[in-house]
Design a protein. Structure first.
Length: 206
């Protein structure tokens, strides 16, 4: 699917999910942490969200993240995504602060899966102002090539080819590519349920 079609499909899904739940843009913004003006652009199909923002929106609307990527969901237990079938999302200039990388969804047809794997490419961005994001879940990143600077919470880590990092996605995090070449990495996001204070085991199971 080309980028224009994806924008159209995503905007339609976001509008339908929000209206089905009777929510205003301000309600979704407050629950997801995504600014209302940016949500409006997503719903209008003008720009595309970052992976972490999709994770937050899927939590607010109570759908899996792959809901946003495909219209032909499969209940099968196996999915093969060929190299030419990856779902690619590229950053736009006006959202560079939130999305300073392109990403390819490596699995988007299976329903009810626990992991969301992506291939991510980050253009040289040393010195670029990048807005940190946070969302529910956990993340694992494996650096395939290049060098990156990843800030998680108050700490900054320099990672290069073969390095890996795993962290709680609720910590505000951002990433930049160092040097003159793009960096590439494999990222797996997991939406983890953490019980709130006073939540019973039955509520957690539900």
């Amino acid at each position: 699917m080309d980028e224009a079609t994806f924008k159209e499909q995503l905007s339609e899904k976001l509008v339908n999910l929000r209206k089905r739940r009777g929510l205003a843009l301000a309600d979704v913004a407050a629950a997801s942490g995504v600014p209302a003006d940016r949500l409006e652009k997503y719903e209008s199909g003008l720009i595309l969200p970052a992976v972490g923002e999709l994770m937050n929106l899927s939590r607010v609307f109570d759908v899996s993240m792959n809901h946003f990527f495909t219209s032909e969901l499969s209940g099968a237990g196996v999915e093969v995504v060929r190299a030419g079938e990856r779902w690619k999302v590229k950053p736009q200039t006006d959202t560079a602060a939130a999305l300073n990388y392109s990403y390819e969804a490596l699995s988007y047809r299976l329903t009810d899966k626990g992991m969301s794997p992506f291939h991510i490419e980050i253009p040289p961005s040393q010195g670029v102002e990048v807005e940190p994001l946070s969302h529910e879940g956990e993340e694992f990143h494996f650096i395939l090539s290049g060098e990156v600077e990843m800030t998680v919470g108050q700490e900054t880590y320099h990672l290069t080819h073969g390095d890996a990092i795993y962290f709680d996605s609720r910590l505000r995090h951002s990433i930049r590519a160092l040097g003159a070449r793009p960096a590439r990495m494999l990222a797996c996001l997991v939406n983890v349920h953490r019980p709130s204070a006073g939540e019973s085991p039955i509520q957690r199971a539900h």
